[in-house]
Design a protein around this ligand. Structure first.
Ligand code: PRX
Length: 663
């Protein structure tokens, strides 16, 4: 277990707030009633969306675990998120309020796109994709974009034509990008001449060019001009987006394609324990139904709200809760391009102040960094518009919860830690200010949303006792669940549905407290969460062993006060190779280049042996325990028990050097 396992169980109850405060027993009864209605419960939620054709079957479970929600139904995500709001009362309402970081020290830029403008832009972009690139239903379009309004516009344009989009976070390297584009089979790539981050330019186009070498499916590239810097353009393959759009006739109209509910909307890759990233394929009808439910129950969204989710669209949180969730509800979604503390630590608070943000969705890492910067940065800003806060991505420690609740939430607003993951499509466990809200507990996630049954189970799949650590499972199929893993249905079955037959295994450790609240503690597998971003240790290890001096590597997460956890590597060198500071830096750089900056190693430790089983499998569990200063447990299956001491000594020595330098 790698993170925050020792969360103090602050069982203090913060009184219920929100639309309908309830006590736990009331919520449990309500939740039970939702489950007893079976799929009819979700049908009533789905009926609130505008379907082109109603479904025939609420849930097709003919071939588990490949469930099909609302089979036979037809709808289109772009129609639901755009057209419905583009005429009538919301036509002039801001759909997207965008703020640029401000470039190299420049004044912040901003841009507002109303719903009627959004429709025009989406239709022009869809016309371009259809008429100049022949994009049609079933195609796949890759995205490697900075946080600018054109990003959601183009995603919605793809969805309008029935093409799947596959987004790769702009912090990933060319190799990671290439691997994902190739796996998804993207034939068109949408990128930019760069993106601003902390006053510097991320050279997206150059990275994309390298990636395309690994992704032969990519035939064409459209490049958004964001920074105006010159970038190499390949004749016949690359075009600037603005130039291409100029060829689209004004007022071009593109009818939204009829999509089956179980037609894929997108593929998004996640890191796992071993092997290449898994392309999670999400459907259309189930996904939008879950977003509709959670935007209302969890976020209590109203027409008057200004909603800001600080995530990047490159991650699932951005897909679901920057783009599709809020736009589905006709809400105003704030999009910010850059770093939350740039150029000064109060940037995030000033965005709240200037845009009068009322609903805020952010991450524990962001909150801990605000906290570390000091109270004055937030106390000097007017954040009184905020009426609700949620966090996501990793466990939130009670100190961070309390700090945010006090400094932004005036100790009164609803505040939850919403648990979910790329696979679930949307929020699964949370408090529900927009529906029936139980008292909050700082650090707890709460209860499963209505219509979803979760459990914490022991190794044998039996419900764990209160305060006993177990594994988090989802017992029932839910709308928004993956259709499969792209190109690998067997893996989908094996990773999620085999360990506890009949249930979805999330890969997280969790406990329920005496009141029944779920506390998700962290990953039970070899995934690490760096600043809430999900990284596979395997990807980092593969990057290390590609270095000519490295024979073997084991990567584990170690706790970090702000970022939750960060990766460190234990490395066995090849015969003749010499460890030392220079090599250490080279390896850190190699990982940054091959995986991306988010995978930056905090430490590299050279050892001569690693804890392994007799069949030569590295036991990361033991390495993790050693760096956590915990008892490594049963080591009798190790090939060489001295490896444990060696890892411990290497870690201690370097750690004391580093700590010594800092002090
Ligand atoms: O370990 C859990 C953690 O994030 C993992 C999912 O990561 P990802 O697919 O990148 O999606 C993140 C955003 C939805 C989970 O398996 N996690 C997410 N939210 C929480 C959390 N852990 C504790 N509390 C949360 N609120």
């Amino acid at each position: 277990m790698s993170v925050n396992w020792s969360l103090p169980f602050d069982e203090r109850l913060v009184p219920s707030v929100g639309r309908r405060p309830v006590d736990v027993s009331q919520y449990v009864a309500e939740h039970k009633a939702s489950l007893s209605r079976g799929t009819a419960f979700w049908e009533s939620v789905a009926s609130e969306l505008d379907w082109k054709r109603r479904w025939d079957t609420a849930l097709d479970s003919g071939s588990p675990p490949f469930y099909r929600w609302f089979a036979g139904g037809l709808l289109n995500a772009s129609y639901l998120c755009v057209d419905r709001h583009a005429s009538g009362a919301r036509a002039g309402k801001p759909a997207i309020v965008w703020e640029g970081e401000g470039g190299a020290g420049g004044a912040p830029e901003s841009r507002t796109v109303t719903y009627s403008e959004l429709r025009r832009e989406v239709e022009s972009a869809a016309a371009l994709l259809r008429d100049e690139y022949g994009v049609e239903k079933g195609d796949t379009i890759g995205f490697y974009m900075p946080m600018v309004p054109e990003f959601p516009v183009l995603m919605l344009a793809a969805a309008r034509l029935g093409a799947k989009f596959t987004v790769v976070f702009s912090g990933f390297s060319s190799e990671s990008l290439g691997e994902r584009l190739a796996d998804a089979g993207a034939r068109l790539l949408l990128t930019a001449d760069g993106g601003w981050r902390r006053g510097s330019v991320i050279p997206l186009k150059q990275i994309a060019d390298d990636a395309i070498g690994l992704a032969p499916s990519v035939e064409s590239v459209l490049v958004l001009r964001r920074t105006g810097k010159d970038v190499p353009m390949v004749a016949g393959r690359d075009r600037y987006l603005d130039e291409a759009l100029r060829r689209v006739p004004a007022g071009a109209s593109v009818e939204p394609e009829d999509m089956a509910s179980d037609d894929p909307l997108f593929i998004l890759h996640t890191s796992g324990t071993t092997g290449k990233p898994k392309g999670q394929v999400h459907d259309t009808g189930g996904y939008l139904t879950l977003l509709h439910a959670t935007m209302n129950w969890v976020f209590d969204v109203k027409d008057t709200d200004v909603y800001w989710c600080t995530a990047d669209i490159g991650w699932i949180t951005g897909h679901s809760y920057v783009v599709f969730g809020p736009l589905l509800e006709g809400a105003t979604t704030v999009m910010y391009e850059g770093a939350l503390d740039f150029p000064k630590p109060d940037r995030w608070a000033s965005i709240i102040e200037r845009h009068r943000v009322s609903l805020l969705y952010t991450s524990p890492t962001a909150i801990r960094s605000f906290m570390k910067n000091g109270d004055s940065w937030v106390d000097g800003r007017d954040t009184s518009s905020v009426r609700l806060i949620h966090s996501v991505g990793e466990p939130i420690n009670p100190e961070a919860f309390n700090w945010m609740h006090r400094h932004v939430g005036r100790s009164t607003v609803p505040f939850g830690s919403t648990w979910w993951m790329t696979e679930t499509g949307g929020i699964m466990i949370s408090v529900l200010p927009g529906r029936s809200m139980v008292p909050m507990k700082p650090g707890a996630n709460g209860f499963a949303i209505p219509g979803v049954e979760v459990d914490v189970v022991d190794e044998a799949g039996r419900p764990a006792k209160a305060l006993e650590r177990g594994f988090l499972v989802i017992r029932t199929p839910w709308p928004g669940m993956p259709l499969t893993i792209h190109n690998d249905p067997e893996r989908y079955k094996e990773v999620y549905w085999t360990r506890f037959p009949g249930s979805f295994y999330a890969g997280d450790y969790a406990v329920r407290d005496r009141d029944g609240y779920v506390w998700v503690l962290g990953r039970a597998d070899e995934v690490i969460k760096v600043a809430g971003h999900r990284l596979g240790t395997y990807e980092i290890e593969s990057a290390l062993v590609q270095h000519p001096s490295v024979a073997e590597a084991a990567v584990v997460g170690v706790p970090d006060q702000v970022r939750g956890e960060v990766p460190v590597a234990f490395v066995i060198l090849k015969a003749g190779a010499k460890g030392g500071e220079a090599l250490r830096q080279e390896l850190v750089l190699a990982v940054r280049e091959r995986v991306g900056a988010i995978a930056t190693l905090r430490g590299v430790y050279f050892v001569s042996k690693l804890p392994k089983t007799r069949s030569a499998k590295i036991m990361r569990r033991v390495v993790r325990a050693v760096v956590a200063g915990a008892d490594p447990g049963d080591v009798s299956t190790l090939e060489d028990e001295a490896s444990v001491d060696e890892v411990r000594d290497a870690y201690r020595q370097l750690k004391s050097e580093v700590d010594g330098t800092r002090a």
